[in-house]
Design a protein around this ligand. Structure first.
Ligand SMILES: Cc1cc2nc3c(=O)[nH]c(=O)nc-3n(C[C@H](O)[C@H](O)[C@H](O)COP(=O)(O)OP(=O)(O)OC[C@H]3O[C@@H](n4cnc5c(N)ncnc54)[C@H](O)[C@@H]3O)c2cc1C
Length: 754
């Protein structure tokens, strides 16, 4: 992982991982700027490449062929990847408002969030499928396919909007559904298609010959064309046109002109009449020079162009250069987009039409040409080169004489000695922004800070105590804080207890006060969100400066003495239940090397954020006799900790162990956690090791887990009901993974079944 060297001086925040920002990320990855922290805030982990979308729908491409994976790309760029949605801008405070975390501050901001279909007719939101945002469309598309395949009759499908996007999507949908129905032997049941446009002709921005070719192609495929037809309302089962005529339809796809995110207008940024950010020739906002925009969301006032991925791609490099120049306090350079550009529009099957100015060519060769161009483009982002050394011109050079530089010099001279406390004002300001829950049994907590917290233990209860500490293993401080807190609470739940209060111990790298404060706020907000959700009061803590970001918690809880669930308690006849899939160690190791797919990491982080609280209640309710949480020693290590004191043997089915998506791929690529070798020593607990050691799933039983699930034993007859209850609580991968046997004569207590 490329980490910013030295303290952070400036924050460049990229909102949206669109076609321009991928070039910015790549550019900064190739030539980093020391002192600049790059942050990508993006709602989606994978950016669909618009050029290949119709081919994906038509079935010519797989998901990964047609998507740029922002996870490894951000890592290559040394950027923090915050998987979140921007919901607004605080331009005065220079902060991006986000759906799932505190506002993210910036010094320089760049927007590349694409567009949404504009001015959809009444009823479209309920009864039509918007093609933008494309990620969402792909989920709708899967559902639509299932509906059409399941229906007995001939489906009627309408596409509203006959620009290149509408025409291409219609032809791609038609091609794919035709193929799928033919595979089912129902070629005659191929859907009926309608294309609506309020313009006099289809493809209004293309030349007459291209339009003629597509009119012919659509007619050959039996598509009913409705030119000059403005859809004014969408109802269940039909669309109503201006003038009152209606067309009966089972499915409606909405692919009309692009619109802008409403929060942009509300922010006060200069926008055009359609709500797109007005920018000058250097892609800089007309109203706020510290804001840049590119792609669909930008309106270049002197060079208006259609909303098209081609322009978003072309703006990538000049945007990267101008952001770099702005960070170095150099004037940005103007960029003049081409007036004419090549469009290669596919026709569903592997055939396409080329359009540029007056040119119009068609053929299977055009599709192959397009395919070659598109794949070459994708390789640029999905096959990343090795890392380059940092730029010789550090950002501080552009800040000579500024306050930031003075502060950096002071920092450079400062002793980073162990445990140096973070300035009390920084800490106080950061803590003020947190809203930890209070509890009546916390007598003295953060609301009235003292030398130590004071809590009461309810009568008849005993105290449960635990402590955990982590170095940041991901770049997102909010999510890291949330997982650290979740992991720390888990021990209390594994003991059958209720968590009551927590003390935090944090370490933050030294830096400019504002940056340190933000880091603390983000990290502690993530943690407090988890503690609050669990009803646990944060009662105090300690923060120091350290080489890296780290966070831990000492957690107190209580439990009735007779309800304490120990590791020792396995009984022959019990079934072993695992509540969450494993593989976080291998996945995080792969992520560090930029080798994990973004969606694997997103799914793994979601599991790490899932609390074990409800799982503990469910296993208790089903008569659990023993329980532990799966963490650093891996599944086998924690299992052995249960087996030995219980004086039993166990049988585990390798195939029944739930695995996180991508975990096996990591193992196949030879990537395992650096902690795994320490866990391997416990293989001596496995009977007939040679029979299973070659299984590709075998290494994962040693994989250290962060915030892993619970491993519990429940009576055999209640195991299935327990798994059902766990699934109902959201632990959808919970499974019975083995059974407890009476102790035999063998030294090894664990048998692995393949
Ligand atoms: C069916 C169809 C086919 C098309 N075919 C072509 C084609 O062949 N060639 C062509 O040039 N153009 C085509 N287009 C147009 C093209 O899709 C867009 O012009 C292009 O995607 C715009 O790129 P962008 O970089 O501006 O944004 P996008 O590529 O849309 O990327 C936006 C990014 O921002 C993220 N995002 C959005 N909102 C937020 C938020 N609030 N917070 C955080 N992140 C956010 C998204 O997750 C995404 O990563 C097609 C459009 C459609 C609908």
């Amino acid at each position: 992982m490329r980490k910013a060297e030295g303290p952070i001086v400036k924050d460049l925040v990229l909102v949206g991982g669109g076609h321009s920002h991928v070039a910015v990320l790549k550019g900064f990855g190739m030539r980093p700027l020391p002192g600049v922290r790059l942050t990508l805030i993006c709602r989606d982990v994978h950016t669909p490449y618009s050029g290949m979308l119709p081919g994906l729908v038509a079935g010519h491409y797989e998901f990964d062929d047609a998507h740029i994976d922002l996870g490894p790309l951000a890592r290559f760029a040394g950027a923090r990847f915050l998987h979140d949605e921007a919901t607004g801008l605080d331009l005065e405070g220079r902060r991006v408002l986000c759906r799932g975390r505190p506002p993210v501050p910036y010094d320089l901001l760049s927007l590349n969030v694409g567009s949404t279909p504009a001015a959809a007719a009444p009823g479209a939101a309920e009864h039509a499928i918007p093609v933008k945002p494309i990620n969402r469309f792909l989920a709708h598309w899967r559902d639509l396919t299932e509906r059409v395949l399941a229906s007995r009759g001939r489906a009627r499908i309408g596409v509203v909007g006959a620009g290149a996007g509408g025409v291409e999507i219609l032809l791609a949908v038609r091609h794919r559904l035709g193929r799928l129905l033919a595979e089912q032997g129902r070629a005659a049941g191929a859907p009926e298609f309608h294309l609506f446009t309020d313009t006099a002709d289809i493809l209004p921005t293309h030349n007459a010959r291209v339009r003629g070719k597509f009119r012919r192609i659509l007619a050959e495929r039996g598509v009913s064309l409705h030119p000059g037809a403005s859809v004014v309302r969408v109802e269940r089962g039909r669309v109503v046109l201006a003038g009152g005529a209606a067309v009966a339809l089972d499915e409606v796809l909405w692919v009309t002109e692009a619109g802008a995110a409403p929060w942009l207008v509300e922010s006060g940024l200069a926008v055009d009449e359609r709500g797109f950010a007005r920018v000058d020739d250097s892609l800089r906002s007309l109203s706020h020079p510290e804001v840049f925009a590119a792609g669909d969301i930008a309106a270049v006032v002197r060079h208006p162009r259609p909303k098209s991925g081609v322009f978003a791609v072309r703006q990538g490099r000049p945007l990267a250069e101008n952001l770099r120049r702005a960070l170095l306090s150099r004037p940005p350079l103007p960029f003049r987009p081409q007036r004419r550009f090549l469009s290669l529009i596919s026709t569903g099957e592997r055939y396409a039409v080329a359009s540029r100015g007056p040119l119009a060519l068609e053929g299977a060769w055009v599709w192959r040409w397009k395919d070659w161009i598109d794949r070459r483009f994708m390789r640029r982002y999905n096959e990343l080169p090795g890392m380059a050394p940092a730029d010789a011109a550090p950002v501080a050079a552009g800040l000579a004489g500024t306050e930031a530089l003075a502060e950096i010099s002071t920092l450079a001279m400062r002793c980073g000695g162990c445990g140096a406390k973070v300035g009390s004002t920084v800490l106080a300001r950061a803590l003020r922004q947190l809203r930890p829950v209070g509890r009546p049994d916390v007598l003295i907590g953060l609301d009235a800070p003292d030398d130590a917290a004071v809590v009461t233990v309810p009568p008849g209860m005993v105290t449960v105590q635990t402590v955990d500490f982590f170095r940041a293993f991901i770049d997102d401080p909010y999510v890291f804080g949330a997982i650290a807190a979740n992991h720390s609470l888990s021990d209390i739940y594994a003991m059958g207890g209720e968590a009551q209060s927590a003390l935090a111990i944090a370490s933050v790298p030294y830096g400019i006060e504002a940056k340190v404060e933000d880091l603390l706020v983000q990290m502690m907000s993530g943690a407090v969100a988890v503690l609050n959700e669990a009803g646990v009061a944060l009662v105090g803590g300690h923060t120091g400066e350290g080489a890296e970001l780290a966070l831990g918690f000492a957690v107190n809880g209580f439990v009735a003495r007779e309800r304490v669930l120990r590791k020792a308690g396995l009984r022959p006849g019990d079934r072993l239940i695992l509540t969450k899939p494993i593989g976080t160690g291998a996945l995080l190791a792969a992520d560090m090397r930029g080798k994990a797919k973004g969606r694997w990491i997103a799914a793994a982080l979601a599991e790490m954020r899932r609390s074990n609280r409800a799982a503990a209640a469910a296993i208790h309710a089903h008569g659990a006799s023993a329980c532990t949480d799966i963490t650093g020693f891996g599944l086998l290590g924690h299992l052995v900790e249960m087996v030995r004191p219980s004086a039993v043997d166990v049988e585990i089915e390798l195939g029944a162990i739930p695995l996180l998506d991508g975990a096996l791929e990591c193992v196949r690529a030879g990537i395992v956690s650096s902690l795994q070798p320490q866990n391997l020593r416990l293989r001596r607990a496995i009977r007939d090791l040679a029979a299973v050691a070659g299984d590709e799933r075998y290494p994962l039983i040693f994989d250290p887990q962060t915030a892993g699930g619970l491993l519990a034993s429940v009576p055999g007859e209640r195991a299935e009901a327990c798994v059902g209850a766990l699934k109902a609580e959201g632990y959808v991968r919970a499974a019975v993974i083995g059974r407890v046997l009476a102790q035999a004569n063998a030294i090894e207590p664990v048998t692995l079944l393949r």
